[in-house]
Design a protein around this ligand. Structure first.
Ligand code: DUC
Ligand code: ZN
Ligand code: ZN
Length: 469
């Protein structure tokens, strides 16, 4: 059944105009003024609403084992949250178990992602660089549609790769057109600071942040950038949270190196003052990198403004605060008495578009085009999904969001769709709300009503990045 969206204000990364849009067979098939309607077409009036491409969130950890706990959102629950927030494409990090091959890790990930309700792709986390791993990396790019890899410079003994392995794996990625993603924090140096803090009896959640200083993000980012240059590989630095790491990215870009920057709403909108909350409450904000001193977020805003930060993703890595009803395995309570056992991460998939619209467009004067770019188009291009995803054009997937730019609402965990029992942004008033969401032409969200289907999401095999240097 075809659908005609009438009179919406269509916004892409480059255009902003009022027109009608015809969806058929899951694709956008016509855009124009006063399009004629046949009898079998559902007509929807979108006057006063923005018509945006479905959001593309390229940084999530759904149903994933982390060094301290299991993330609480399954692909089912996490992608329902995504959909209600206007995100129709998720690229999730597949974490293989230690000792498991990358291909086996991907097979397990595919089993878990079957419940996805929006379209999903996978990045592969690489833990070492033995011959089998390097061979699997090539197979992943050529055969499995996994065209990006992530390396952790933090979490020694769990996820961290050493510099030699990083260089070797980056060489393979670079030679096969894959993008290298890096978590930039110096894991060994952090280990020393954590050991000293615990020895002093400094066990409260705020010591998580104090043992992961900004300088160690800057150091790791510079190191990763230098090694990527040596390896001839393009680099994408995830979740930038400091001027130090951003400076490394900006310097490299100025030299002409292919380095891209991502940040997340929490680093733009929150700061380390959250760690002063009483009792264990501060654990809600324990994530890596941590929230930073109040002088850092304005620097990230400047990085976003000048284009050195191209993507805003969520790093949705959700846990519960309370033990009940989902059990200790998913709970921040694991870290009572030792900050280094608090699961690292927080929910955020559902609020990204509205938070960014409110903070960037309404408060910081960002254009709607750039808003669409950082939330959908740039990530789709960088991660080999464009033009099927990330834009509104004839032939593109009909992943669309009808968005009311004037509606005010308040973030409440009690109303969100993640299985996490809290929100980093609880009580925040936002301007701009998702009204309807289409996934390949199917309306999956209509106001507060869920019309999607568990398993209705498809796997997205990805190609090389289409973003020029
Ligand atoms: N890094 C991430 O990218 N996500 C969750 C935790 C972490 O350290
Ligand atoms: Zn990370
Ligand atoms: Zn992450």
């Amino acid at each position: 059944m075809a659908t005609l969206i009438r009179n919406g204000r269509i916004v892409t990364a480059v255009d902003d105009y009022v027109a009608d849009l015809l969806i058929d067979g899951g694709r956008i098939c016509r855009i124009g003024l006063d399009l004629p309607v046949g009898g079998d077409v559902t007509v929807l009036d979108a006057s006063g609403l923005l018509v945006l491409p479905g959001g593309v969130d390229v940084h999530t950890h759904l149903d994933s084992a982390t060094p301290t706990a299991q993330t609480i959102d399954t692909f089912g629950s996490g992608t329902v949250a995504a959909a209600f927030g206007g995100t129709t494409t998720v690229v999730d990090y597949c974490t293989p178990l230690r000792g498991q091959s990358l291909l086996q890790g991907l097979e397990d990930w595919h089993r878990r992602r079957e419940s996805a309700c929006v379209d999903v792709g996978a990045h592969m986390i690489v833990l070492d660089a033995d011959a089998a791993t390097l061979q699997d990396m090539k197979t992943l790019v050529r055969r499995e549609g996994v065209s990006s890899f992530k390396f952790f410079l933090a979490y020694p003994g769990a996820l961290m790769v050493d510099d030699g392995a990083l260089l070797e794996a980056m060489r393979v990625a670079g030679a096969h057109g894959a993008l290298c993603c890096v978590h930039a924090e110096n894991g060994h140096a952090i280990q020393v600071l954590v050991r000293d803090a615990l020895a002093r009896g400094d066990t409260a959640p705020k010591f998580h942040a104090l043992t992961r200083p900004a300088i160690l993000e800057g150091e790791a980012a510079r190191r990763a950038i230098d090694l990527a240059e040596l390896a001839g590989a393009p680099l994408y630095v995830v979740h930038l949270s400091t001027a130090q790491a951003l400076g490394a990215v900006s310097d490299a870009r100025r030299r002409g190196q292919r380095v891209h920057g991502e940040t997340c709403p929490q680093y733009l909108l929150l700061n380390a003052e959250e760690y002063e909350r009483p009792g264990f409450e501060a654990a809600k904000f324990v994530m890596s990198p941590p929230l930073r001193e109040p002088e850092q977020p304005p620097q990230l805003w400047r990085g976003l403004q000048r284009g050195d930060i191209e993507v805003v993703a969520t790093d949705h890595c959700a846990f519960c605060f309370d033990e009940q009803p989902n059990g200790m395995r998913f709970s921040k309570q694991l870290g009572i008495g030792s900050f280094n056992r608090i699961p690292n991460g927080a929910p955020g998939l559902e609020e990204r578009l509205s938070l960014l619209h409110d903070a960037a467009v309404v408060q910081h004067g960002m254009s709607l085009n750039r808003f669409v770019d950082v939330c959908a188009t740039a990530p789709a291009k960088l991660f080999g999904l464009f033009p099927f995803k990330g834009t509104i054009a004839v032939g593109s997937d009909a992943d669309l969001v009808l968005f009311d730019p004037g509606e005010r609402w308040t973030v409440r965990a009690a109303e969100h769709h993640s299985r996490s029992d809290y929100s980093l942004f609880e009580g925040r008033e936002l301007t701009g709300k998702v009204k309807k969401v289409f996934l390949r032409g199917q309306c999956i969200v209509d106001g507060a009503r869920w019309l999607g289907r568990e398993g209705g999401g498809r796997f997205l095999p990805r190609t090389e990045s289409t973003t020029p240097a």
